[in-house]
Write a protein that binds this ligand. Structure first.
Ligand code: ATP
Ligand code: MN
Length: 463
């Protein structure tokens, strides 16, 4: 008999049906007159399935003592209306088989209530907990929502390279990729001949698929890339990973305000989808992780985002009477404390900051006529800070070439990017959203290490 997932059974199962379920035991309780109750979870939903085992089933005595927390079992039985509270139906077992035991003296998840820090040490077992399985389901829902949002608008999903020889952000936070035997070279040479390397020059893991996405946007139209992204930033924060997932839409003929409109609609669509498709998991987050998360999301989806020039934000921060750790000066980068003050306390809703000083932003952002700012936009949200970074791109050949030089780079290295401005250039825009930052926002979790299955941070790549 095919296995039915517990989520399906609890939703659609009809009393009288014969079913087979398989999963991992959360708890077992025995009653005096040789009856046992098993709470079974298979990860398909937050709720456990209650299984009633009569001592009269075959091999009851030998198998039931192996049914301990963490063990995997297979059960055939009949669905019955449940007299107990908390579930509509339960399974009365006809036969039970233990697939894999879990030694109760060593199984780390014997009891509930472990700290998130402890669970990070056992990333191979943490998805067996309510919190991490809920995060996995919501993360999946957000990924589906991302594809639906763009697909329903006719965007093409493209894949940009993971190994690259250009540094998009010019920030130098890249992981090098090489096949050279560096240990050997260190012993016999003082310099490395990159011509001997696999690609004939230094290569790295990508920090963004944007430059390549621009190539496709300016030929096939609206498109998006969604893939792993790598940044060797040595900042041990709760919002940075060395490996994260980024979705980057790129749109020809979009100016900065069109870009903002899309970003706002996009964030609202993700929230709507999760609230609609994962109500049970969201209820859990609201009860156990952050009691304000549902109200916060309701507020975000029902209000328009504040749109504010960087220069005005600096004025607000200077005059707000708040003492910040980092000083505020026009031309300085906003720190998380500034971003969060604006979105959480001053406006109490998402804020789109735009027109940043050109000295703060990469070469590809379109220069404004004031000579001081570029058409950048960052979307800031409560609880997280920056969730999206984007811009209108510089489409003018001469300005772009000059900006590349100004940023200390060689235009020749970007010849293909410059070509796009030589042949049929158009105004265009795009942005990048970090998937994990979206999961933080929507679940109310506070550490980015807890919203990706296997976090990579400085010194940590165990699993
Ligand atoms: P931050 O100032 O927070 O470091 P950034 O300005 O470097 O972000 P962008 O280069 O604009 O970010 O990248 C676009 C988006 O990718 C960010 O808005 C954020 O959602 C996400 N992102 C950037 N760096 C990281 C990281 N190290 N870990 C997780 N997500 C990230
Ligand atoms: Mn960064």
């Amino acid at each position: 008999m095919p296995v039915t997932r517990i989520a399906t059974l609890l939703r659609d199962g009809q009393p009288g049906e014969n079913v087979t379920v398989k999963g991992w035991v959360r708890t077992r309780r025995d009653s005096k007159n040789s009856f046992s109750f098993i709470e079974l979870n298979d990860g398909s939903c937050m709720k456990n399935l209650q299984i009633v085992v009569d001592g009269a089933i075959p091999d009851y005595e030998t198998s039931i003592r192996l049914v301990t927390t963490g063990a995997s079992i297979s059960v055939e039985g009949v669905l019955k209306e449940s007299p107990g509270k908390g579930q509509r139906v339960e399974v009365h077992a006809v036969s039970l088989a233990v697939l894999g035991t879990a030694d109760s003296t060593t199984f780390p998840l014997q009891k509930k209530g472990h700290s998130l820090e402890f669970l990070r040490e056992i990333a191979h077992l943490r998805p067996r907990t309510n919190t991490f399985s809920a995060v996995a389901r919501v993360r999946n829902c957000i990924s589906r929502s991302i594809h639906n949002f763009f697909q329903s608008r006719g965007f093409l999903y493209i894949n940009t390279p993971i190994i690259t020889t250009s540094d998009c952000e010019g920030a130098g936070e890249m992981f090098q990729v090489t096949t050279l035997d560096l240990a050997r070279i260190a012993k016999i040479q003082t310099e490395i001949d990159w011509k001997q390397d696999f690609f004939g020059k230094p290569a790295s893991l990508t920090v963004s698929g944007q430059l390549e996405a621009e190539i496709y946007a300016t030929s096939i139209g609206d498109c998006y890339t969604f893939g792993p992204t790598f940044r060797a930033e040595n900042s041990n924060t709760t919002r940075h990973l060395a490996e994260f997932w980024m979705v980057e839409p790129e749109m020809p003929f979009y100016e900065l305000t069109d870009n903002m409109d899309l970003a706002e609609a996009f964030i609202k669509a993700m929230i709507n989808d999760v609230l609609e498709q994962c109500p049970e998991d969201m209820e859990f987050f609201n009860q156990r992780i952050d009691t304000t998360v549902l109200a916060k999301l309701e507020n975000i989806r029902s209000n328009s985002f504040e749109r504010l020039p960087y220069t005005d934000a600096i004025e607000i921060l200077k005059n707000c009477g708040r003492k910040f750790d980092y000083a505020i000066e026009w031309g300085g980068d906003l720190q998380t404390e500034h971003e969060r003050y604006l979105t959480e306390e001053h406006f109490r809703k998402p804020v789109i900051l735009f027109n940043y000083p050109r000295t703060l932003k990469p070469f590809y952002m379109r220069c404004n006529d004031d000579g001081r700012t570029v058409r950048a936009m960052d979307v800031l949200v409560p609880g997280v800070g920056e969730i999206i970074g984007g811009s209108q791109r510089e489409e003018r050949l001469d300005v772009l070439t000059e900006r590349i030089r100004e940023c200390g780079m060689n235009p020749e290295d970007y010849w293909w990017y410059i070509d796009l401005r030589k042949y049929g250039t158009v105004p265009h825009s795009g942005f990048g959203l970090g998937l994990e930052r979206a999961v933080l926002l929507i679940t109310g979790m506070t550490n980015i290490r807890d919203v990706i299955p296997f976090p990579r941070t400085p010194g940590h790549a165990e699993f």
